[in-house]
Ligand binder design. Structure first.
Ligand code: SF4
Length: 344
């Protein structure tokens, strides 16, 4: 075990990744980075990290912002529930608690994120096990489909005495992110190769986590007019965000009747959520809100509202179709200098 610890730490100290949150001690900034990294690749997360912190540099600034402002700053990063939780958390605490156990009680913080913040910001001896660490440990110890609790106990037991726990956690994560890669691990460059039991057949570990993915056929109705696009406030997993009406494909005739429009098919977009693969038919129709005064107020510039990624795809598809027909849609998005819906 000591050899493993020494080899990995020596490698890490010579090959640290250059990331904007490396060496960071402010727990709030570490939290923002870790929350972003929950579902976003490192390279993609970096611009969002800078943008979010430029807008909300402290927990206090986040607390004082409206949910809509926070969601807007998160736009494009996807998985908006993370931003909802950050905003909620900012309302709950004045400052981030200093222990793993207390951090774990906050909204949106699972064992990994709580351990990362506790070890990196406060030096608590707690192992942070993310997907990278799971893969590295499963291979080094030749474990097929290890249970999460067992893996956490193993990782906890590996924390070296007398070393900074945050540094150790990062070393393991970096090995997984840069050397012990999911498909083609670079075993010949690996500092712990001589100690690795899974090296002969790394593809066998940790074993695939099978997920059942459900296919769904949906329809999206893009109603556009001089004022913009008809957007509704979404509910459920997209609460706080906006989008065009989205419903099961078979409901299309009824929904079309309720708006009194005659839409055209503008193409299809595909989108994958954690357990669902969506095939969304996009339908467009000009609409002035005739006969629906309360709805007319909801013809808005989509560039001004926080939208989930799926809705961005739908609106891009609609705009590309309309542009092809020689119609310049959603003029207001451009008037505001916002161009999230360029064709292509
Ligand atoms: S030797 Fe290969 S499989 Fe083992 S930890 Fe290193 S990169 Fe991963």
């Amino acid at each position: 075990m000591e050899k493993f610890q020494e080899a990995l730490l020596a490698w890490y100290r010579e090959n640290p990744r250059s990331l904007p949150w490396r060496g960071e001690k402010d727990p709030y900034r570490i939290l923002v980075a870790e929350v972003l990294l929950q579902q976003t690749r490192t390279a993609q997360a970096i611009p969002y990290y800078h943008r979010f912190l430029a807008r909300f540099p402290t927990l206090k600034a986040l607390r004082e912002a409206s949910l809509e402002e926070v969601l807007k700053a998160w736009q494009g990063a996807g998985y908006y529930r993370r931003a909802l939780h950050l905003h909620l958390l900012a309302q709950e605490v004045e400052a981030l608690p200093r222990s793993y156990a207390e951090l774990l009680k906050l909204p949106g913080l699972g064992p990994y994120t709580a351990a990362a913040v506790a070890s990196l910001a406060f030096g608590e001896r707690v192992a942070a096990v993310d997907g990278n660490v799971r893969r590295v440990l499963s291979r080094v110890f030749a474990l097929e489909n290890p249970a999460p609790r067992m893996l956490r106990n193993l990782a906890q037991g590996l924390l070296p005495q007398g070393e900074a726990p945050g540094e150790w956690n990062q070393a393991l994560m970096d090995l997984g992110a840069t050397v012990c890669l999911p498909r083609r691990p670079l075993c010949s460059e690996c500092p712990v190769a001589p100690l690795c039991q899974g090296r002969v057949d790394p593809g066998r570990y940790p074993g695939a986590r099978r997920r059942k993915v459900r296919e769904e056929a949906l329809a999206a109705l893009v109603l556009w007019g001089r004022e913009g696009v008809y957007l509704e406030r979404l509910e459920g997993r997209f609460a706080g965000l906006y989008g065009v009406p989205l419903f099961p494909q078979e409901e299309l005739p009824r929904r079309v009747r309720s708006f009194g429009v005659d839409p055209r098919f503008a193409g299809e977009v595909h989108h994958t959520l954690t357990h669902r693969r969506l095939r969304v038919g996009v339908y467009v129709a000009p609409w002035d809100g005739e006969g629906a005064a309360s709805r007319r107020e909801q013809l808005v510039d989509p560039g001004e509202k926080p939208l989930p990624k799926l809705m961005e795809k739908v609106l891009r598809q609609a705009q590309a179709f309309l542009a092809h027909e020689g119609i310049l849609p959603f003029p207001h998005a451009k008037a505001h200098g916002v161009k999230p819906f360029e064709p292509g």
